[in-house]
Structures are given as structure tokens and as C-alpha cells.
Write a protein that binds this ligand. Sequence first.
Ligand code: DLL
Length: 433
Amino acid sequence: MYFNEEFETLPRPALEALQLKRLQVVVERVYANVPFYKDSFDKAGLKPADVRSLEDLQRFPFTTKQNMRDSYPYGLFAAPLEEVVRIHASSGTTGKPTVVGYTQKDIETWSELMARSFMAAGAHRGDIIHNAYGYGLFTGGLGAHYGAERLGASVIPISGGNTKRQIMIMQDFGSTVLTCTPSYSLFMAEEASAAGIDFKKLKLRIGIFGAEPWSEAMRGEIEAKLNLSAIDIYGLSEIMGPGVAIECIEAKKGLHIWEDHFIPEIIDPATGLRLPDGELGELVITTITKQGIPLIRYRTRDITSITYEPCVCGRTHARINRMCGRSDDMLIIRGVNVFPSQIESILVGIEGVEPHYLLIVDRKDNLDTLEVHVEVDEGIFSDEIKILQLLSKRIEKEIKDVLGITCTAKLVEPKTLQRSEGKATRVIDKRKF
Ligand code: DLL
């Protein structure tokens, strides 16, 4: 079922023709309205008229998060503030937040793309959407909210926090769709089970999880514990917010990126050159319909691959694979590149180990060290020391076998690692560079 069948199933030639037309308009628009783009195109010796085909996009310079920071807060806006009806910001780990502005038309587009995303995930009118993404400057809460309303579903704007109350509301209001971060969904499952509430008795059918990396193994864990079908949703504030790409419930294999509004590219983060389909690299996105803050070739830092193969759901839009990390989250431990999600997949695959973990990276005597703190289930923790020792040895061995790095596994008691109602912290890097 589609929300906008015509656009979601546009044959590729028509989709690409539309992309080109929209790309030409947006490039003109930023060149005329945003001094940063005028300078950067001029420096590259390019004029808007140089966009004659979609291939020409590759000749244009990238936009980075640093460029956005340098123009804090409104420098990259292409619309006057009088036309901006909403402002969001994403908190970075360093310095000032990244600020984005939406015109009324941007809000309408976002709502439609979120409504399309809900429908692709299997939600529809009549659903009760329990929206536990945070409301505020973060785009998750309001983005999902407007999309749910546009879909015609009933949205519960619960936001994050007060987990006990969340569970009561889900139970009493008969929520059928849950939207929150994947880590928070597991926390909810834990709290419910501690309160003697069985998720299997709730009416939840679908969970739409994103805003942080998670693994296929974690999907299995969530589906089993919450008794629902877990769908991966991707987005970022700079490009729009949630709903840039989503898995369809029919295939659950790759996230359709709404190509009538975004042009995706996968590049080698080191050389900046485009990579062939299917190869892992950094996702770069050009927004082709945004008015408030259109971005040309924005480097997301998210690592994925792309496929244009047809999907069983009938949507013609390309699919990006589950994110396997960010180029700036990638840890280099004794020269080996590791994404936290790779360690997560290993941990979740080991019986008795819970999907709550923290990686602590440090440097001792000029050598990198990795400690993997991970919770184990109650039963195991109360077992003999010997069993615990065997389990930590097994974790260390599997990480060594799969990733080639030596680590120390520290098993901790259930519920001792910090929980988050939003994005979880998975890594503490104590090394000084
Ligand atoms: O996290 C928007 C969002 C809200 C997406 C709700 C999905 C659901 P930011 O706070 O700007 O926006 O963070 C964006 O989060 O560049 C990725 O690194 C990461 N991220 C988002 N979705 C996923 C996902 C929102 N499904 C950053 N898998 C992005 C992995 C994700 N990482």
C-alpha cells in the first residue's frame, strides 16, 4: 500500500527526469540566495547552467557539517526568515548545534514523506501511533508527529521519558505502532517485564526505530521481546529529519530513499569519488525540493551502500542498506577499523548476553586497549564464577576471530549500564589525539 502511488512507483526514466529538473532549480536557487554556495561554485569554476545531466552533479563541491557550523545559525538559509515557520537543531558532540529552517512547503513535504514512510512500514489510518521520539529541537518527535497526522492515524505525542507511564499508556490506549530509538524500545521491554507486564498482550504491531545505529541481530532481539515487526527508519536534521529513507514491510531489505526529493550518492570518504553500486562508502545527499535550507552534496558521514534493483514492494526508489556506522564513529583500534555496530552484532549473537553494552577505548603504553562492558542475563550472573569467566573468554575470542582485535570483556549485572530515552551512548574514547 502506498501513500502516494504515482510518485512512489514512478518508472526510473521519469524519476530521473524529475530529479534533473528539480536539481537545476535548486542549484539556481542556492547560487542566487546563499553566498556560501555562490563562492564555492565560483571557486570550482561552475555555474548553475553546468547541470545538464544528473552526472554533472559529481562536478560540484561537497557541503560539510563544518560549513554549516561556520554559517551558524542562519547563514545557509536560502529563504528569508519571514518564510521560515519552524527551526530545529541537532546537538553535536562538539560546539554549537547545527541549525535548520523549514518553510511551510518544507513542513508539508516532510509530513508527506513521513506519511509515506509510515505506510511503507505497514501503518495506516486507524493506527494508534505511540510517538516516543523526543519533542523539541530534535527532529524525531515533531517529524513523526506531523507524518502520523498526515497519514490520518491517531498520534499520542508522549515524547521520551517516564517509561512506566509510557507502558501504562500503551496498554490502556491500545497503541498499535511504536516510534522511538531502538535502544529505548529495549529499555521499555525491560521495564515492562520488571512490572510484570507482558508485551505480547499489548496491541503493538509495528515498531519504527531509528536515529541511532542498530544491527540485524538487535532487530531479532527487539522483535522477540516486544512482539512486533521492527522497521528501520533513517534521517538527519540537516537533510530534513526522520523519513529520508525507510524499509518497506514487504521486504525489510534496505531502506527506500525518497528519490523524488533527495539524490543519494555513495562516495569513498577518503577520495571523495563516487563508488559503484553495492560498495560500502559514505552517503552524500542533495536535497532537490527543500526551500529553507537546501543542501548540495551534503556529506552525511554515514556509511552504507546503495542498490537500484527493483524491490518486491513495487517502489522504484533506490534502497540504502542498514547504516553500519559513521565515518567519524569508526574506531581505529591498533590500526583496525571497527564500527560499534560490528561488535554489537557479535554480542547479540551470544546466548546469555544482553544487547546493552559500552565500549571503552584507551591507550596504555602507546597501545590501544578496548574494554567491552556488556550486561549478561540474571541467570548467568548468579552462576558460578567459572561460567562467567568462560563467557567473557568466548566474547573475547569471537571479537578476535571476527574483527581481529584483542579486547577485554567485562560482564556486568543486568541493568547496570546507563539507559537512554533517546540516542544511546555506546563508546567512550579516552585516547588523546
Ligand atoms: O536522528 C533524525 C531521526 C529521528 C531519524 C528519528 C530517525 C528517527 P539527527 O539527530 O540529526 O537526526 O541525527 C542524524 O543519526 O546522520 C545517523 O548517523 C544517525 N541515524 C539516524 N537514523 C539512523 C538509522 C535524527 N536508522 C544521525 N540507523 C544520522 C543508523 C541513524 N543511524
